[in-house]
Design a protein around this ligand. Structure first.
Ligand code: F3S
Length: 64
């Protein structure tokens, strides 16, 4: 599973990070770091919760 990060859409709400700080890394201003995230098997539930917590829909779940 992969999280596609639409960095330009991020508004720095940090709700992804609040769900899973080890998966969603933020910069010093609280914006998600650019670049897609490869999720380890055991982290999929947490990663999904974090992605779904984003009110801007900046984080897309890719299960292919
Ligand atoms: Fe950005 Fe959404 Fe996370 S706005 S910091 S990707 S909750």
């Amino acid at each position: 599973m992969r999280i596609i990060v639409n960095h330009a859409t991020c508004q720095g709400h940090a709700r992804c990070w609040a769900q899973a700080p080890d998966i969603f890394k933020l910069d010093d201003e609280g914006y998600i770091l650019p670049g897609d995230i490869n999720v380890a098997e055991g982290d999929e539930l947490l990663a999904s919760r974090g992605a779904q917590a984003c009110p801007e829909r900046a984080l897309e779940i890719d299960r292919t």
